[in-house]
Design a protein around this ligand. Structure first.
Ligand SMILES: Cc1ncc(COP(=O)(O)O)c(C=O)c1O
Length: 458
């Protein structure tokens, strides 16, 4: 996903001379613009709009819990988790989507809305459109997660799978809006979307007292902007921290360049954050209010997802777990001993991806290890190896043995093993035991223990 999207009309105009692969939409005649997002005169969302949004959406949105985390002792911080993955469609995106749709005129409601999204914004628009009786079309790029696509269909929306990435999907959606009279709702830069997302901060400040910092997952910047405005108006001392994956750090790039810039992005566990350029309105609103941006590595996101499952019994998608990832990686150590709220912004993760994340988390944690060992090929050789491994309580996940390419004597066999251990120290114990017992042992790297022992506080 290397193509930079922007709301910049000149850029879009240039981009649109291309014909989309496999798409019926030829857009060379159009100067495609998102009317709610003008780079020449970006809008700043105000505190009053956020309070007004809170009042309007209240009856259709879940006031999600914000509870103290079991990981407070583990991390040395007083952590609270705002569980917005408990919204009906599994993400905070419902807040902005509902508000933007409630604000449509009767004529616009009747014509319908269109959105382009990798999933959470699409689901939110489909769900609230269904509740409010507004026809919805969503354009989802072909790389959108299967679970998110399926959900949109269940809400009876017109789902179009088109565009190789968000940039293309968005262009298709804007063109369809023009052609068919739909209202295009940008998922992170429409001012009403930003105002709606800010309502989460009003809830947090009512639920938790004496907060030192709020940590906000950041993609296009709509959530960050809304939260920053709400918080800095009521409690200017609370620090606002944005977190991105290293694979799509577009807000950090904007901070460096002092303006939104196209940022190369790559596939990430935090797919919800994969936006190549922050929104102009979001940037204008947030730029002077954000205290710090943090960029986290992918392996920490995997560990954070794992910790959420193991210690909090919460299924959180990669985008929602980046705040915890930043803490586990030691990138927010200045808040040790302080009260920090993490926004768990979404929980929509394909089961297969969750499985892979958990495995990656275990591997990154040094609890899933892979090694090769050459053992005797006489009867009992492999069974002996299994006994040795089992003798210290290590569990074998996978064993493959290889005879043809072994270069030592013909009575040897090379065995490739994947094992699950309790922790990093247990993995080292296994390695030492095998090294003492067998001549040829080769372990893949056992990563340094990525976080303190994951024990739950009493
Ligand atoms: C789960 C989740 N968290 C955070 C974000 C980031 O929101 P924004 O694009 O407003 O920065 C998204 C965006 O889609 C998301 O889906």
């Amino acid at each position: 996903m290397r193509e930079g999207f922007c709301c910049d009309s000149s850029n879009l105009h240039a981009c649109c001379h291309k014909e989309f692969n496999g798409s019926m939409h030829r857009s060379s005649d159009y100067k495609l613009e998102d009317p709610s997002c003008n780079p020449e005169s970006p809008l700043k969302v105000t505190f009053e709009e956020i309070t007004s949004a809170a009042y309007k959406i209240k009856s259709g949105i879940v006031n999600t819990p914000c509870t103290r985390s079991h990981m407070s002792n583990l991390t040395g911080m007083d952590i609270y988790l705002k569980k917005d993955f408990l919204q009906n469609t599994g993400s905070f995106k419902e807040r902005g989507a509902r508000y933007a749709m409630l604000m449509l005129s009767p004529e616009r409601r009747q014509k319908g809305v269109i959105a382009a999204s990798l999933g959470n914004h699409a689901q939110a628009v489909c769900y609230h459109g269904h509740l409010l009786g507004i026809p919805v079309t969503v354009v989802m790029p072909i790389i959108a997660p299967i679970m998110k696509i399926q959900k949109c269909k269940e809400y009876k929306a017109n789902v179009i799978m088109d565009g190789k990435d968000m940039a293309e999907a968005r262009k298709i959606a804007i063109k369809m809006a023009k052609d068919r009279g739909y209202t295009y709702i940008n998922g992170y830069d429409h001012p009403q979307i930003i105002a709606g997302q800010g309502t989460i901060a009003l809830e947090i400040m009512e639920q938790v007292q004496d907060i030192d910092a709020i940590v906000v997952p950041t993609g296009g910047g709509g959530l960050l902007a809304g939260v920053a405005v709400a918080v800095k108006n009521l409690h200017p001392d609370i620090k606002i921290i944005g977190v991105e994956s290293e694979r799509c750090a577009s807000f950090s790039m904007a901070m460096e360049s002092e303006k939104p810039v196209a940022t190369p992005i790559e596939g990430t566990l935090a797919d919800g954050l994969a936006v190549p350029m922050v929104g102009y309105n979001a940037w204008e609103t947030a730029k002077s209010l954000v205290d710090k941006m943090v960029v986290v590595k992918e392996e920490w996101i995997a560990v954070a997802i794992l910790r959420m499952v193991e210690l909090e019994k919460c299924v959180v998608e990669g985008a929602g777990a980046v705040g915890l990832a930043a803490i586990l990686a030691g990138q927010l150590n200045e808040f040790k001993g302080k009260r920090v709220v993490l926004i768990l912004s979404g929980g929509n993760i394909d089961t297969t991806i969750l499985g892979r994340c958990l495995e990656r988390g275990l591997a990154a944690d040094g609890r899933l290890v892979k090694f090769k060992v050459t053992v005797s090929d006489r009867p009992g050789g492999i069974s002996e190896l299994c006994k040795v491994i089992g003798s210290i309580g290590v569990s074998i996940k996978d064993v493959i043995h290889e005879r043809a390419w072994v270069t030592s004597d013909v009575f040897s066999v090379e065995v490739k093993v994947v094992c699950e251990t309790r922790d990093y120290a247990h993995s080292l114990e296994l390695r030492d035991l095998l090294l003492a017992r067998y001549k040829k042992v080769k372990f893949d790297d056992i990563p340094e223990n990525m976080a303190a022992a994951p024990t739950v506080e009493p």
